[in-house]
Ligand binder design. Structure first.
Ligand code: ADP
Ligand code: MG
Length: 290
């Protein structure tokens, strides 16, 4: 490897907002056989909005939203922010004893009532019957929505459907990687149905859904065990171990500091398409080395 080629490659990258932290990253990017993208905040904008509410019989939309918002006030999760944005000032109760349930939801109390918010798995684990709204939940998830189930005193009081738009270049990124012989995977804590729908829309080869925050790195390791050279692209705190585990970790520039510290490449423009640019640059650099 000539130091000159590496310097030129690194410089060209920097000019285009692709920061390689070391020569190894610039060399390894050309060898990747699969790139794993985090879903929320990486392939999507990470600015979710409430798009539909389905209250249970006897419950009003306002009541459903107000209950959820009273709990989400204590959370910093993007889904919580979407619910708070929709609720505005219309929160007429106060929650206490808030606790986050990593990768599944949150819980708290309002008066004597226990409130649970989150995915289907959480509701099942806590013994909340979903039958009354199961068909609606399946319809929304099949449409690519993330569904927040809301339970109060053990009863499901409704569903809040949240959508997070995909980044404008996500689909092109997937196609261009595939054209270059690189497989594309998407990893998310979101449920299988929602993830599959978005995966289909983007043409993703491998959809890894229902992955708990602590499991992302072991999924990367599994792919490596199958003989893959793995690129991982992420933005969140919970992506950091996977970024470190990957052969090349790419952090979205608009993401968390922890992700940027753990990655070997930072995408300053927060554009997933720059992963393709990084691989091209790496390939060109290696051609000049031989
Ligand atoms: P991602 O990997 O997509 O960022 P997370 O691991 O943070 O997802 O969360 C996984 C799932 O857990 C979410 O899709 C949601 O269903 C549920 N969840 C987590 N936190 C919350 C919350 N504060 N309110 C509602 N649902 C939540
Ligand atoms: Mg994310």
């Amino acid at each position: 490897a000539t130091p000159m080629a590496v310097m030129v490659g690194t410089g060209l990258g920097a000019q285009n907002g692709i920061l390689f932290k070391n020569a190894a990253a610039l060399e390894n990017a050309s060898k990747l056989t699969v790139v794993v993208f985090d879903k929320t905040g990486t392939l999507t904008l990470g600015q979710p909005d409430v798009v539909e509410m389905v209250p249970a019989p006897g419950i009003t939309e306002d009541r459903l939203l107000s209950t959820a918002a009273a709990v989400e006030k204590f959370s910093e999760h993007p889904l919580a922010l979407a619910i708070l944005k929709r609720a505005g000032d219309a929160i007429d109760e106060t929650a206490s004893d808030f606790a986050n349930i990593d990768g599944q939801g949150a819980k708290a109390s309002i008066g004597d009532d226990r409130i649970l918010l989150g995915n289907r798995k959480l509701m099942r684990a806590e013994g909340v019957a979903l039958d009354a709204l199961a068909a609606e939940s399946a319809r929304l998830q099949g449409g690519g929505r993330t569904v927040v189930h809301v339970a109060r005193a053990g009863q499901l009081i409704g569903l809040i459907a949240i959508a997070d738009a995909v980044r404008p270049t996500s689909k092109e990124t997937v196609a261009k990687l595939q054209e270059r012989g690189v497989k594309v995977a998407m990893i998310t804590g979101d449920n299988q149905a929602t993830a599959e729908r978005i995966g289909q829309e983007l043409g993703i080869d491998i959809v890894l859904a229902d992955v708990l925050p602590g499991e992302k790195a072991s999924k990367v390791k599994e792919l490596q065990g199958q003989g893959h050279k793995v690129g991982m692209v992420g933005d969140g705190i919970n992506d950091a171990p996977a970024l470190t585990q990957a052969d090349v970790g790419f952090a979205i520039g608009a993401g968390t500091d922890v992700a940027m510290d753990s990655a070997q490449v930072v995408l300053m423009k927060s554009d997933p398409l720059d992963v393709v640019g990084a691989i091209e640059l790496s390939r060109a650099t290696l051609r000049k080395m031989h």
